[in-house]
Design a protein around this ligand. Structure first.
Ligand code: MTE
Ligand code: MO
Length: 505
């Protein structure tokens, strides 16, 4: 009960100070940052997008366990039990101050307040629950009053639950300004609309991915335990650093007043396993990044610029590094404000995120961006690079079978095998299918939207009864055939062919 009260008190304080400074959030963040890459990879693979829920439940379970231990200790040694709670407060406070987005000493408050309240409640309840008090005993009663203890603990739980509810309400209310700013944002029409999607880019095969991934289905990969809720009205983007002749700070209105481009771009995560789900395609609206950089006086290295790395920083302290040369080589790198016809969802970076076609998300797609610093690859390693991921990571040519699903049981006859292939910024020119150990057969390619989008394909398979494996491989426009060599996601993206095994009945 004391542990529960401590958490509620700390969450209420966090709601007042800064919601992202709550103890479970900051300890969770510290855990994410320190998790070795293979374990993180395992967590993403096993729990998918629920990885954060699992982490938070794990933290709560550990806290619960220690609360029970401290509770038992305090029945004998009240001061020791209460002191143990304070130790947790110090751990939480230290984690809060160490967060990259820490807003200063105030961030230590939620953990400290929670610990002091928790320690006091434990001391008080332990006193009610034991007979060690100095009170004169009434003859014939045990030293403690059962009713006194039950009443005190019930009141504690009610108060703690109330504090928790207040914390929720307050946090929701704080996010309201951001939500309103998003609701009220009217996206301007693009000066340069996306080229029309050719008829036939979307195949009508049941089970194939939608050509445009709806926002609610778009994969989400980030380290944020609390999704940043940024108010568009107060948002600023600073551009500065090495070789920036004219450093500038932009408001959202500054960006929206510029000619906007609209582009179809497929985004992929480096943590996507062969055949995995961390890929999505959307129509993005935004500012051409190369042009904005040029206005600030940035030159690419090939024209004598001194900075070869652009480091994007988010409001939650994430850093991502992209090659300046790639951003300024003519591709549609952008600061996106719109996704599939609406302002960016909060989960996907509202109000502004970066995108560079052809690069994995972790080296390009900074969500909730607030700062762009021009520097060099020698001078600075961003977040993922510090954790052993590659400095540069162009998307590998890949393909995936969407249908039939693994271990499906289609009937003998013609079975349509279909899926997607991608090699953003190069384009897909060929997809082949192999049944068991047979020869490679040509799949039919759907129309290509752009080189930056995935491309659908299908293959009419004359399926004979029995167990069969289906394997796919793609070729990109540079002539490179998707490699069979299996590579793990670390350090620069998985490779290998996607296979599914089916039983034809
Ligand atoms: N602020 C922030 N931006 C981020 C990340 C992050 O953890 N924090 N993750 C990156 C990674 S690894 C990927 S793959 C993409 C995913 O974008 P999405 O969640 O919109 O699909 O965002 C990138 N941008
Ligand atoms: Mo990613």
């Amino acid at each position: 009960m004391a542990g529960y009260t401590a958490l509620a008190a700390s969450e209420l304080t966090a709601a007042l100070v800064r919601p992202a400074a709550g103890p479970v959030t900051v300890v969770g963040g510290a855990a994410i940052d320190r998790t070795p890459a293979p374990v993180k990879d395992y967590a993403i693979r096993t729990f998918g997008e629920n990885d954060k829920v699992v982490l938070q439940l794990g933290i709560l379970a550990v806290l619960g366990l220690f609360a029970i231990i401290l509770g038992l200790v305090s029945l004998r040694y009240r001061r020791l039990g209460a002191g143990g709670v304070l130790v947790f407060g110090i751990v939480g406070a230290a984690a809060a101050l160490d967060r990259p987005d820490s807003a200063g000493l105030g961030d230590a408050l939620p953990s400290l307040v929670g610990a002091v309240v928790g320690a006091a409640v434990l001391y008080f309840l332990a006193g009610k629950a034991t007979s060690t008090g100095p009170r004169p005993r009434v003859e014939g009663t045990s030293g403690w009053s059962r009713r006194g203890f039950l009443t005190s603990s019930a009141m504690t739980m009610v108060a703690a639950t109330g504090a928790g509810a207040m914390a929720r309400a307050l946090t929701g209310w704080r996010g309201q300004g951001a939500a309103t700013s998003r609701d009220e944002l009217v996206l301007p029409a693009p000066a340069s609309p996306a080229p029309a999607v050719p008829a036939g880019a979307q195949l009508k095969v049941p089970g194939i991915s939608a050509f445009f991934t709806p926002n609610r289905d778009f994969y989400r990969v980030d380290t944020a335990l609390v999704v940043p809720k940024v108010d568009a009205d107060t948002w600023r983007l600073r551009v500065h650093g090495v070789g920036v002749a004219r450093p500038r700070t932009f408001t959202l209105d500054d960006l929206l007043a510029r000619p906007l481009i609209e582009r179809d771009i497929t985004l992929t995560c480096v943590s996507n396993e062969v055949g995995g789900p961390y890929i999505g395609n959307a129509r993005w609206l935004g500012v051409r990044l190369a042009q904005l950089l040029a206005e600030c006086g940035v030159e690419p290295p090939s024209r004598g610029g001194r900075a070869d790395q652009l480091v994007a920083r988010s409001v939650d302290g994430m850093t991502l590094g992209s090659p300046v040369e790639g951003i300024m080589d003519g591709r549609d790198a952008m600061l996106a404000v719109g996704m599939n016809g609406e302002p960016l969802p909060f989960d996907h970076g509202f109000p502004v995120r970066m995108l560079v076609p052809g690069l994995y998300g972790y080296v390009s797609a900074c969500k909730w961006i607030q700062d762009i610093e021009l520097t060099t690859f020698d001078a600075y390693d961003p977040y993922w690079v510090k954790r052993k991921w590659a400095r540069k990571a162009p998307v590998k040519t890949q393909s995936r079978i969407d249908t039939p699903k693994p271990f499906a049981r289609p009937s003998a006859g013609t079975v349509t095998v279909a899926g997607v292939a991608w090699a953003q910024s190069r384009g897909i020119t060929r997809v082949q299918i192999r049944v068991d150990d047979g020869p490679w057969q040509e799949a039919d390619l759907a129309a290509q939207d752009t080189v930056d989008t995935w491309r659908q394909w299908s293959y009419r398979w004359r399926a004979a009864p029995g167990g069969h494996s289906l394997t796919v491989r793609a070729t990109d426009a540079t002539g490179e055939v998707q490699t069979e060599r299996r590579a793990p996601t670390i350090p620069d993206g998985a490779s290998g062919w996607h296979s599914v095994f089916v039983t034809v009945t």
